[in-house]
Every structure is written in structure tokens, then in C-alpha cells.
Design a protein around this ligand. Structure first.
Ligand code: DC
Length: 235
């Protein structure tokens, strides 16, 4: 295995443990394409919110969402900088809108719908079919690309994850409390890991990375070292 062979790197793990940050940094370093599969579920959730398919906290109208699927077009905008890749929902830049807690509060329920998963998994497989991708999500190494050459399973303690998300949202001017964020994280972890279809679980051949005690640079260096060791082993 060699990164220059344009391998597929699958990054799965719990909510808010820095998967996307790591995936973006890796993509930039290796000149790969970064694909954030969670952003795609968030787009469907945002569409559902805006179109009356959400009935209340954690309550969704299943048939409303399923019948809306053909009207939902999700694209990643091209920019030179992987970290600034914008997310387009029916042509509109929703990169910030999909990060709001309102969307986070409903997205796990949306992501548990069979038809939603079937539609998005197909699109994700198409987006990554040529390799040279770093894809992050919950089922990348188990369902989307079970043959990925490198699978990472990222984890960190819930309180540390909530604090990181809190600071991130605060920097964007959002006023959610730390407790509210921790509650949302634990709720999503529970739904994501217990749902019937493609639950979040560690692939047998995934390497576990607990980044509770690492900053972003340490995590990137740690993973680049894993890639280097794997490369050396197989040459
Ligand atoms: O990674 P994220 O927090 O942006 O993901 C948003 C939600 O989408 C999360 O609650 C789980 C779900 N998801 C999923 O079920 N499968 C994926 N491949 C990616 C995300």
C-alpha cells in the first residue's frame, strides 16, 4: 500500500471526535479528495426541517422525507482548498446551516431511515469509486468501502468532545450550553450505534485512535505515522 497509489482511507467514529478535521488535514497532505458523508445526512435533515417533515424534537414524518429524496441534490463545491469545500443543497451553499444544533438534533433520526441510507450510500460509493479519497462518517469502513486499504476508528471521551464542539459553536456566535451539546452528542451516539441499519461499529480491521489527549497536529502526525508504517511494512 502506498498513498500515491490513490488508496481509500475510511474514517469512522463517534460524533464530534474530530473525524472531519483529521480527514481534511490528511486529504490536504496526501492531495486526496475529502468527502464528508455526515454533511450529506445533514443536508437531508435540513431539507426535512425546511419542508415540514420534522414534527417535533426527535420526531420525523418518515413518508415526507422518503418522498422528498428525489428532490434533494447534494454536491460538494470545488475549491483549491479541501478544508473550505462547500456543501451545496439544491445549489445553495448550506455549509454553515447544516452545522446548527437544530439540524444536529434531528439528523440521527434521519440517518436511521433505510431509504435515506440506500440513496446516500450509492452516491458516496460513486463519489469515491476512483480512490484517492479520505471519507469520514459512521459506516465508511463497514458498508460504503469495506475494501478500503486503511480504516481508522476515531474516539474520544464524551465530555472532551462536547467541550470541543462547544468552543467551535461559540466561535461561530452560537449560544448553546455545554450541557445541551453533551446531551445531543450522547443522544446521537446512542441512535447511531443502536439503529437497525448500518449501525456505527468498528470494522474488524480498523485501527482505533483515541484522541482525548491529542491536539489536531498530534493526531495528524500520529495517523501519518500509521500510514508510513503500513507503507513500509508492505514494501
Ligand atoms: O459526522 P456528522 O456528525 O456530521 O454526522 C451527522 C449524522 O449523520 C450523525 O448523527 C450520524 C449520521 N451519519 C451516518 O449515519 N452515516 C454516515 N456515514 C455519516 C453520518
Amino acid at each position: 500500500m502506498h498513498p500515491e497509489q490513490h488508496i481509500t482511507i475510511a474514517i469512522d467514529g463517534f460524533s464530534s471526535c474530530g473525524k472531519s478535521t483529521l480527514a481534511k488535514a490528511l486529504a490536504q497532505k496526501l492531495h486526496y479528495t475529502f468527502i464528508d458523508t455526515g454533511a450529506m445526512y445533514r443536508c437531508v435533515a435540513l431539507y426535512a426541517l425546511r419542508n415540514g417533515c420534522v414534527l417535533g424534537p426527535h420526531k420525523i414524518n418518515l413518508s415526507c422525507i422518503v418522498s422528498s429524496l428525489p428532490e434533494i441534490n447534494i454536491r460538494f463545491g470545488d475549491t483549491d482548498q479541501q478544508e473550505n469545500r462547500i456543501v451545496l443543497l439544491n445549489g445553495e451553499d448550506v455549509s454553515d446551516a447544516i452545522r446548527q444544533l437544530e439540524v444536529a438534533d434531528i439528523v440521527s433520526e434521519v440517518a436511521a431511515i433505510k431509504e435515506v441510507r440506500e440513496s446516500l450510500v450509492k452516491q458516496q460509493q460513486e463519489l469515491g469509486k476512483n480512490g484517492g479519497v479520505v471519507m469520514d462518517g459512521r459506516d465508511v469502513g463497514t458498508v460504503i468501502f469495506p475494501q478500503a486499504e486503511l480504516k481508522l476508528f476515531i474516539t474520544a471521551q464524551p465530555k472532551i468532545r462536547a467541550k470541543r464542539r462547544f468552543l467551535e459553536l461559540q466561535a461561530k456566535g452560537e449560544t448553546n450550553s455545554l450541557e445541551e451539546i453533551l446531551e445531543n452528542l450522547e443522544h446521537r451516539d446512542h441512535i447511531d450505534s443502536t439503529r437497525a441499519i448500518s449501525p456505527l461499529k468498528q470494522a474488524e480491521d480498523a485501527i482505533v485512535v483515541d484522541n482525548s489527549e491529542m491536539d489536531q497536529q498530534q493526531q495528524l502526525d500520529y495517523v501519518l505515522n500509521i500510514i508510513k508504517n503500513k507503507t513500509n511494512l508492505q514494501h
